[in-house]
Design a protein around this ligand. Structure first.
Ligand SMILES: NC(=O)C1=CN([C@@H]2O[C@H](COP(=O)(O)OP(=O)(O)OC[C@H]3O[C@@H](n4cnc5c(N)ncnc54)[C@H](O)[C@@H]3O)[C@@H](O)[C@H]2O)[C@@H](O)CC1
Ligand SMILES: [K+]
Length: 483
């Protein structure tokens, strides 16, 4: 079962893997034609009613696969207003092939004749709101006919995600849907065929640029895009600053860093955008915990717990106590990870271990997470948290869903790239489902690294701080698919 949004992600990932949408459209149209052949004999009259999006494009392709039928294509509107290049190219191909393909410039003139089969290629998953003209009248015209109706992807006027029917909506006898079943088709009283259109399984397994469509800017009030609260620093100062800046670059509205008084000055001096909240002493200890928990709860912050905290006994006690009483969302990284198996927390955690920390968390020692994805999935299931296992290829699992992220460059083995990743992950957790956030974040971090390598020499010499100002481009840059 797949939602329309998820389908759009998978479709763009397929394109990133070298299978562009026009190829998928060809398979979709072919699959529609196969069902027409099942319901009517050669020579039968087939009316294909096409809208101006890709649903219509599928119908236009189907026409080329039905040469043994008496086919008429009705395009709802003028060809210049077809909304996608690939649908327009398929329209042009019908014209050149001299098929009977007409533009319906005015819906009152729509004459479908008396076909044996109608292919409903008007509206698919790209629809917003109830059907407008000319589709509206065309849907009524289709429903008034005494013909077998084959709907492309979803009957026009039916919501593929919810099954809600607009008035009017097509009353279909058959639906040919693509790649996977759609939740909204379950309750319909018709035959549903799920056609394999050649989307590689890798488009779902690997995190690719299609996954960037998940990232959307939220509201317009400061804080709507998330507040990130980094609890780190003490023995180290760079790590918490890097995580906090990573979160800002990835779209968080505000990024606070709670650090020991002793390192406040250097951390504040790294970047004027950081808001530093010092507590007494030289490192995190249990007496600081109640205030930190209260602050995080009060502001519904996404916490990053760990960068630069060190592993002093009383610091790890403090981490334990924090996780015992915190009930929000947190990204746990670095030294803080070691105590996670001992606590029974109500918080929603994303854990970001490297291969060494993965074993400390109780995971199986594996050579390479990719190829041993089960090890990551079992650990996530056992801990009840999302695990983002970091290596050359990252593996992310929530115990049920597991994805692989290959973005990045060899130069990213330098220190600090894990801190930027923790910050990006927190920013994503602020607005997305934690598992989806944990999938998108390493893609963004890795892509930022690739952008640095494209500008400088590939290989060595990359600094984690170089990643920071490439993060926005990695998310919103020219690779980002339209959505
Ligand atoms: N992976 C995928 O997502 C694939 C999708 N394909 C097809 O592409 C379809 C989605 O295509 P699109 O995203 O172009 O969207 P649609 O073709 O479903 O709808 C978009 C068109 O409808 C118009 N429109 C939107 N809302 C309307 C309303 N309320 N009343 C009247 N017109 C309205 C838009 O202006 C646009 O012209 C799928 O349903 C499927 O048939 C296939 O070609 C292959 C793969
Ligand atoms: K349709």
């Amino acid at each position: 079962m797949i939602s329309a949004d998820e389908m759009a992600v998978v479709d763009e990932n397929a394109a990133a893997l070298g299978v562009p949408r026009k190829q998928l459209m060809e398979s979709s149209g072919n699959a529609v034609a196969r069902v027409v052949r099942e319901v009517a004999d050669p020579g039968a009259r087939v009316a294909i009613v096409a809208g101006r999006g890709n649903n219509g494009g599928d119908g236009l392709v189907a026409a080329r696969f039905l040469s043994e039928y008496d086919v008429t294509v009705h395009l709802l509107g003028r060809a210049e207003t077809i909304s996608t290049d690939i649908a327009r190219e398929n329209w042009a191909a019908l014209q050149r092939a001299d098929l009977d393909a007409r533009e319906v410039r005015d819906s009152t003139t729509l004459d479908l004749g008396a076909p044996d089969v109608v292919v409903d290629a008007m509206l698919g998953t790209g629809v917003t709101g109830d059907p407008r003209e000319p589709e509206r009248s065309a849907i009524e015209a289709v429903d008034a006919l005494d013909a077998t109706v084959v709907a492309v992807d979803v009957p026009s006027g039916v919501d593929a995600d919810t099954g809600d029917r607009a008035t009017p909506a097509v009353d279909a006898d058959h639906v040919v849907t693509f790649h996977d079943a759609k939740p909204g088709l379950d309750a319909l009283d018709c035959v549903v065929t799920v056609a394999d259109i050649g989307i590689p399984a890798a488009a779902e397994r690997f995190v690719e640029r299609g996954d960037l469509q998940r990232v959307r800017r939220g509201g317009e009030t400061k804080g709507d895009n998330g507040r990130v609260f980094v609890i780190g620093g003490g023995p180290y100062t760079g790590a918490p600053a890097m995580a906090a800046q990573g979160a800002l670059r990835a779209g968080a509205d505000l990024s606070f860093v709670a650090v020991p008084e002793s390192v406040k000055t250097p951390i504040a001096s790294y970047a004027e955008d950081l808001i530093v909240q010092p507590y007494d002493g030289e490192r995190l200890t249990p007496e600081h915990v109640p205030d930190l928990v209260e602050t995080a709860h009060d502001h519904d912050d996404v916490v990053v717990l760990g960068p630069g905290l060190g592993s002093a006994d009383d610091t790890l006690d403090a981490v334990r106590e924090f996780l015992d009483s915190f009930e929000g969302r947190a990204v746990v990284d670095a030294d803080a990870l070691s105590v996670v198996p001992e606590v029974d927390t109500d918080a929603d955690l994303v854990l970001t271990p490297n291969s060494h920390e993965f074993v400390e968390l109780g995971g199986e020692a594996v050579e390479d997470f990719r190829g041993d994805e089960d090890a990551v999935e079992s650990l996530a299931a056992e801990l009840g948290h999302v695990v983002l296992a970091k290596a050359k290829t990252d593996v992310v699992s929530d115990g049920e869903r597991t994805r692989v992220c290959r973005a990045g460059t060899p130069g990213m083995t330098v220190g600090g790239t894990g801190d930027t990743l923790a910050g990006i992950t927190a920013a994503m957790v602020a607005t997305l489902d934690p598992f989806e956030a944990a999938c998108v974040a390493p893609y963004v971090n890795g892509r930022a690294g690739e952008l640095v390598a494209e500008e400088h020499a590939p290989g060595g010499g990359l600094l984690a701080s170089d990643l920071l100002d490439r993060i926005p481009r990695a998310i919103w840059g020219e690779d980002r698919p339209e959505s």
